[in-house]
Ligand binder design. Sequence first.
Ligand code: GDP
Ligand code: MG
Length: 170
Amino acid sequence: GHNNLNAKLVLLGDMGAGKSSLVIRFVKGQFLEFQESTIGAAFFSQTVAVNNATVKFEIWDTAGQERYHSLAPMYYRGAAAAIIVYDISSTDSFARAKKWVQELQKQGNPNMVMALAGNKADLEDKRKVTAEEARVYAEENGLFFVETSAKTAVNVNEIFYEIAKRLPRA
Ligand code: GDP
Ligand code: MG
C-alpha cells in the first residue's frame, strides 16, 4: 500500500558549515556563494518518494551560533531526523558537530535517525578532516555518514533519501 509520512528534520552544526546551503540545494536546486547567515531558524518543506512511501520533510534549518543555542531544543525535540553538518576544511566545525551529537544522544528522541554530513567536499585542497576519521566516529556513534557539497550537489539528495529510507514506518 501507499504510505504518506510527515517527518520533522533538524539541521545542526557550526555557523558557516553549510546547513542553509544544503537545504537550499535540496529544496530549490540552487547554491549561493554568499549565503546569508540564518537568524534564529528557517523552515522549509520538501517531499521525496522512496519505495512505496512519500515522505514530507518539515525541515528546521537552525542558526548554529552559540547565542541561539538555548533555542535548539525547540527544533530537535520531536524531530524524527537530524543532519549534523560540519565543514571538511574546519577541525573546529567537526568538534562542534560532535558536541551536537552528544547533545542529541542525551536530549533527543531516542529513535531519531541521525546523519553526519561532511560538507564542502569540493574543497579537497583545504581539507582538515579526513573522511576516515569521520567515518569511524559516525560508526561508533550509530550515525550514517556522507561527505556532501552544496556547491556541486554531490550527495545532497542522497542524504535526504537515505534518511527517508531509514525512518520508522507506522
Ligand atoms: P550555515 O551557517 O551552516 O547555514 O552555512 P551557509 O549555508 O550559510 O554557508 C556558509 C558559507 O559556506 C556560504 O558562503 C556558502 O556559500 C558556503 N558553502 C556552503 N556549502 C558549501 C559547499 O559545499 N562548498 C563550498 N565551497 N562552499 C559552501
Ligand atoms: Mg544558515
